[in-house]
Design a binder for this molecule. Structure first.
Ligand code: NI
Length: 195
């Protein structure tokens, strides 16, 4: 909030960010916890990540992806051409998130990653999870997440532990190119229409 008002006063636009790609060592580091959410630098980082997500049409982003090895993720599920069936939610910054509990049940679903361009994979994830995190105002929150939003959280949480979705696929046969993924999506839609 403080950083936001400062930006207003000086009429500064947050700097544009580039997303680190697979092979960049920062993606394999264990992210550090954030000591003070209200820190100006952290608030600015959250603003920058929100912009980067929008520009890249992502549904989630973790701080290590933009070169900052800190425990901060943004979950921002919304339908777009990259994820046409995603549910709508307000973009939520989660600081020092923890996975508290999860369902026994898992489900395989398609994932992509701004740090792994042009590749999609079928990744098994828990269907229901309970998570705790500090919000950008500094309050600790605890919520339940299901299905696609639970999937986004698990994907972003992995980034804080130096993992990417490629590490989670059961077999390399579950990896496809973006082009083939678009073909698969279209075929799936046609099936749905026929049924
Ligand atoms: Ni990712």
């Amino acid at each position: 909030m403080f950083a936001r008002s400062l930006n207003k006063i000086f009429n500064q636009k947050p700097q544009k960010l580039t997303v680190c790609q697979l092979g960049n060592p920062v993606l394999r580091e264990i992210a550090e916890p954030i000591a003070d959410v209200r820190d100006r630098d952290i608030q600015q980082l959250i603003d920058q990540m929100l912009i980067a997500l929008k520009e890249n049409k992502g549904v989630g982003l973790a701080a290590p992806q933009i070169g900052r090895s800190l425990q901060l993720v943004i979950i921002a599920s919304h339908a777009n051409e990259r994820y046409p069936h995603a549910p709508q939610m307000e973009p939520t910054a989660m600081i020092n998130p923890k996975l508290i509990s999860h369902s026994v049940e898992t489900e395989k679903g398609w994932e992509g990653c701004l740090s792994v361009p042009m590749i999609r994979g079928l990744v098994p994830r828990y269907c229901e999870i309970e998570v705790a995190y500090t919000d950008r105002l500094g309050d600790r929150q605890q919520i339940k997440l299901t299905d696609f939003v639970a999937r986004i959280f698990q994907h972003e949480y992995d980034h804080l532990e130096g993992k990417v979705f490629l590490d989670r696929v059961e077999t390399n046969l579950d990896l496809v190119s973006e082009l083939e993924y678009q073909n698969i999506l279209q075929t799936a839609d046609q099936k749905a229409v026929l049924l």
